[in-house]
Design a protein. Structure first.
Length: 94
């Protein structure tokens, strides 16, 4: 995690630090392989679905972690586009 990430997402950096301390203390143990059953890669990364739960993570390989975030961003963009279309169609009906 670089300085730019820490500057742009300070709350996420705090959560990541808490997770790293828990790993170091033996409270959390990273999974040895990606959580997706069809994947046996061992380059696991912690994925936080909810930053309010610092120790609640899913262990994903780097490829699936990036893919998950890419899919999420696409879903957000699609929802934004759908909302714009809905607003536009409502304006036409008025």
């Amino acid at each position: 995690m670089g300085r730019t990430y820490r500057r742009d997402y300070p709350e996420r950096a705090v959560v990541a630090d808490e997770l790293h301390r828990a790993i170091y203390a033996g409270i959390v143990t990273p999974w040895p392989v990606c959580a997706l059953p069809e994947c046996s890669r061992t380059d696991v990364e912690a994925h936080h679905a909810d930053y309010s739960n610092p120790l609640g993570v899913t262990w994903l390989c780097s490829t699936h972690h990036r893919r998950l975030h890419g899919d999420f961003r696409r879903m957000q963009r699609n929802a934004e586009v759908a909302n714009l279309i809905r607003i536009h169609l409502q304006g036409e009906q008025a």
